[in-house]
Design a protein around this ligand. Structure first.
Ligand SMILES: Cc1cc2nc3c(=O)[nH]c(=O)nc-3n(C[C@H](O)[C@H](O)[C@H](O)COP(=O)(O)OP(=O)(O)OC[C@H]3O[C@@H](n4cnc5c(N)ncnc54)[C@H](O)[C@@H]3O)c2cc1C
Length: 156
């Protein structure tokens, strides 16, 4: 058996179905940084703890400076929002951000998790952020699904 090359690895990973989130964090000047992430997973229930794997970039800088961020779970139909926060900006579109106490998240998300960073672990070009959830909020609606490198919807 040989070590997979990056294409094989990505292809095999793409067989794992996930939801899609946007991570948001306030920057020092009050603007909000956001990025699409599907590496979100639960870690423990008590205390409520989650993990995300985040590449070096604007949003990671904002999260690390603030020590806090929001995981916003996208609903069905939010493909363009996901693309927007993954480096394919939607011309003329401005995101609706909402305050959750001291946190800032995306308005209208399927769920929001307001998280305080507990631990960071550097792994290659990513940082694993392990964070405690201080507040969460959820709606009843269908999710945006990511499988096979494409956005999908749940079958009826
Ligand atoms: C389905 C999917 C899952 C992904 N999962 C992960 C993952 O788990 N981990 C990971 O590291 N990467 C992941 N990525 C890649 C990641 O989303 C991109 O590399 C992203 O561009 C990194 O964001 P950044 O903040 O570092 O940089 P930037 O590219 O600077 O910011 C992201 C984008 O968001 C827009 N934006 C940010 N803030 C605002 C604002 N206030 N108003 C308007 N627009 C704004 C910017 O215009 C920019 O296009 C994923 C991408 C996709 C499509």
């Amino acid at each position: 058996m040989k070590t997979p090359d990056p294409t094989e690895f990505r292809h095999a990973l793409s067989r794992f179905t996930t939801g899609v989130t946007v991570l948001t964090a306030a920057e020092a000047d009050g603007t909000v940084a956001g990025m699409t992430a599907n590496s979100f997973t639960s870690v423990s229930l008590a205390p409520p703890t989650i993990l995300v794997s985040v590449m070096q970039g604007r949003t990671l800088k904002a999260i690390e400076a603030a020590g806090m961020f929001v995981v916003n779970v996208l609903g069905a139909g939010a493909e363009r929002i996901s693309g927007h926060f993954a480096g394919k900006p939607v011309p003329g579109w401005t995101p609706d951000f909402a305050a959750f106490g001291n946190y800032v998240g995306l308005d209208g998300a399927l769920a929001n998790f307001a998280c305080r960073v507990q631990r960071r672990v550097e792994v290659n070009d990513h940082v694993l952020l392990i964070a405690e959830v201080e507040h969460c909020h959820a709606c009843e609606a269908d999710p945006l699904v990511f499988y096979g490198s494409r956005y999908r919807r749940l079958a009826a």
